[in-house]
Ligand binder design. Structure first.
Ligand code: SF4
Length: 227
């Protein structure tokens, strides 16, 4: 029988049409040593020869046999889960002031808070890419993410509507000097707005930047209480 991706388990069929890539989801792209060891043990046990750091900071095991998928996740200490495979909804964060000398804010802590509160962005059919950078150097590319955050000495700058891909867009700044709690509050409103539009046939699957162009920045500012 012809094989295909097993999305319910976050497993992507590889070019050999036989084996799969599965990924350990690492918020902010960081892991402790025990997690790293678990991933390496899983790779060795199931004959995986290559690991790949994905664009959003997950660590993928490439070349897992179909019958080993569940056990490999178990060995790594992660659960097989739908929605994690295709890199459609994720947070990419730079090391921020936890590790980087230039960092002005704690990107990893904010990534964790956003992940705990909102992931997996239920009922939003379009991409939700979030980039969190600890300074203007923008190593997590916030300007080309649906929601971008830049840490500066007085707080977070929030940008909305960026994208890469076929029609690249640069995100627009909608608020400055936000605390972590204010970012979460504003994201709640933004995601609710995005979810609402995602359920309408005419705006389903549209990126936030396209919606922003159609509906106007003023409407978004009103929704976020910024007018
Ligand atoms: S964006 Fe700034 S804080 Fe983050 S890694 Fe780059 S230089 Fe460091």
């Amino acid at each position: 029988m012809e094989k295909s991706d097993i999305l319910a388990k976050g497993a992507i069929l590889q070019r050999d049409q036989e084996t799969y890539a599965i990924a350990a989801r690492l918020v902010g792209g960081v892991m402790d040593v025990a997690t790293g060891r678990g991933i390496a043990d899983a790779a060795e046990k199931f004959g995986v020869e290559m690991l790949k750091i994905t664009g959003d900071g997950r660590l993928a095991l490439i070349g897992v046999k179909e019958e080993d998928i569940d056990a490999a996740y178990g060995e790594m200490g992660f659960k097989a889960k739908a929605g994690i495979a295709l890199c459609q909804q994720y947070i990419k964060a730079c090391p921020g002031n936890a590790f980087c000398q230039r960092g002005q804010q704690d990107t990893l802590d904010l990534a964790r808070k956003i992940d705990e509160r909102f992931y997996p962005y239920p009922k939003i059919s379009a991409k939700v890419k979030i980039g969190i950078a600890g300074c203007f150097n923008s190593c997590a590319e916030p300007a080309i993410k649906d929601i971008g955050l830049i840490g500066l000495p007085k707080g977070w700058t929030l940008m909305v509507g960026g994208a890469g891909g076929k029609d690249p867009m640069i995100a627009e700044i909608i608020a400055r000097n936000l605390s972590d709690d204010e970012v979460l509050e504003m994201m709640e409103k933004l995601l609710k707005y995005y979810r609402g539009l995602s359920s309408r046939p005419q705006t389903r699957n549209l990126r936030l930047g396209v919606i922003l162009k159609k509906e106007g920045k003023e409407r978004l500012l009103r929704i976020c209480g910024l007018d």
